[in-house]
Each structure stands twice: as structure tokens, then as C-alpha cells.
Design a binder for this molecule. Structure first.
Ligand code: SF4
Length: 252
């Protein structure tokens, strides 16, 4: 190996080490992660490397025509190197989301928490376990039938609520993920993702219990599993919302 190549390799390894330890906050220029690391090491499963193949051709629902150059791993790579909002300063790692690239149901939580960062998986921990049981109750397997992500991909400091400008900065990633997957329905957990996608400021009490339309895709908002764990009276309305999802998927 030439000395120049060896030096470039050491610089790349140094950059990767800094990124892993310090969330890209070192003084180094950002490395080209797409070129340096395998897509298989990203958050999305190996089967999500390619856009969903639809025998009818690119999806046209709601005008969401697929972008040939985009795919879930490309979006995950963009998220890994994103510095578009202040949440980059405190995150341990961004959480792109995971699940099936042919998901019937696209699920959006609010923001990653410590469990999510530890496991590199959106909606993990006790809330994620409850979500998995809720999905099973309507016949859906989380990995096989769903793609799960959050409204912002980076954990806010002190687990605070993401600010509107942080949500807006991250919205493009959700839109690209939905565009690639082309789900039959969207389920949002908590107030934030519903407000973000619907462009409304109403509370969850006004947003849940009905079927909205997001660019031609039915969207149902319901209580966050973490909130249900704290208040059991939310179980019944959440179940009513899940039945709406079941109806949508059955009718489709
Ligand atoms: Fe980028 Fe989203 Fe993370 Fe902000 S929260 S740095 S927009 S990936």
C-alpha cells in the first residue's frame, strides 16, 4: 500500500472513530460514510436495500412517484450524516427506523429515547413491547408488516419534546421513507407526528378517532404506547383507533 493510501485510510478510520464516539462533533470534515461503510450495517434490515417492486410500476397514490435514486439505506445514510438541526449535538446516534420495505403500515412515534439509542431501534423498550402487542392484536407483525420510525431521528437532550423547527428539519426523511415504501396506511403515536404530517396544531383529542388523508394515504393518530403505560384509561380509545387501521387494511 502506498504511503498516501495508508494515510488516507488512517484518516478515514480516525474520522469514523470520532463519529462513533462523539456524534460527528470533532473538528474533522465529515467522511463519506456511504463510501466507507456497508449499507448492511445501517439501521434498516438487509431486505430493505431496494425500493419496493410493484408489478403495476411506480406507485402513483397521492402523487408519490418513486425516485429511482432513493432507497431506504440511502435515506438512512443521509440521516447518519445529517446535521440539519441542533439535536445533532446531544445524540449518541440517529435512529433511522426499521422494518419491512414492503410495509403495509408506516408507524411514526415521537422521538428516540435511551432504549432506542441503546438498541438502534425506534420504538423499543417497554413502549415498543406494548406497541408490538397492540399490532399483533390487529394481526400485524412489527417486522413483517410495518416500518417503524420517529418524527425526529435524533434523541433530544433530557428527552424533551422536539421543537417545531427540529421537527420540520427532519420531516423530509419521513416523507422520503413513506415515498419509498408506499404503505397502505400510516399510524402516528402521540401528538407530534400527527400535527407534523397533518399541518395542524390541534391536540390529540381532536386528531384521534378518525381517518385523515396524507397525500392520498389514510392516516390514523392515536395515543403513544408510553402514555398508555402511564394511564390505562387510554387503552380503550387506542384500541378504537387500531380498529380503524384494521378496517383500512382489510378494505384496501
Ligand atoms: Fe438531522 Fe433529524 Fe437529527 Fe435533526 S433530528 S440532526 S434533522 S436527523
Amino acid at each position: 500500500m502506498h504511503d498516501e493510501d495508508r494515510a488516507a485510510l488512517y484518516r478515514a478510520l480516525d474520522d469514523i472513530g470520532d463519529a462513533l464516539l462523539d456524534g460527528y462533533r470533532s473538528g474533522h470534515a465529515l467522511p463519506d460514510f456511504e463510501a466507507l461503510i456497508s449499507p448492511d450495517s445501517l439501521d434498516s434490515p438487509p431486505d430493505s436495500t431496494a425500493p419496493k417492486q410493484d408489478p403495476a410500476g411506480p406507485r402513483s397514490r397521492g402523487g408519490l412517484l418513486g425516485r429511482d435514486s432513493d432507497n431506504l439505506n440511502g435515506i438512512a445514510a443521509d440521516i447518519m450524516r445529517c446535521r440539519a438541526c441542533r439535536l445533532v449535538s446531544a445524540r449518541r446516534r440517529p435512529i433511522a427506523g426499521s422494518g419491512s420495505n414492503q410495509a403495509a403500515l408506516f408507524i411514526i412515534g415521537e422521538r428516540p429515547d435511551g432504549s432506542d439509542e441503546d438498541s438502534a431501534t425506534a420504538m423499543s423498550g417497554a413502549a415498543g413491547a406494548l406497541m408490538t402487542r397492540m399490532l399483533l392484536a390487529i394481526g400485524l407483525d412489527r417486522s413483517r408488516d410495518c416500518f417503524v420510525t420517529t418524527a425526529v431521528k435524533c434523541r433530544p437532550p433530557m428527552d424533551r419534546e422536539p421543537a417545531p423547527d427540529e421537527q420540520a428539519a427532519c420531516q423530509t426523511f419521513i416523507e422520503r421513507q413513506i415515498q419509498i415504501i408506499g404503505p397502505r396506511a400510516i399510524l402516528t403515536f402521540g401528538r407530534i407526528p400527527a400535527q407534523l404530517l397533518l399541518g395542524r396544531r390541534d391536540g390529540l383529542a381532536r386528531l384521534r378517532g378518525q381517518i385523515h388523508d396524507w397525500r392520498g394515504i389514510p392516516l390514523v393518530a392515536t395515543h403513544h404506547p408510553a402514555a398508555i403505560l402511564l394511564d390505562e384509561t387510554l387503552k380503550r380509545p387506542a384500541w378504537e383507533d387500531l380498529k380503524l387501521i384494521k378496517t383500512i387494511l382489510s378494505d384496501d
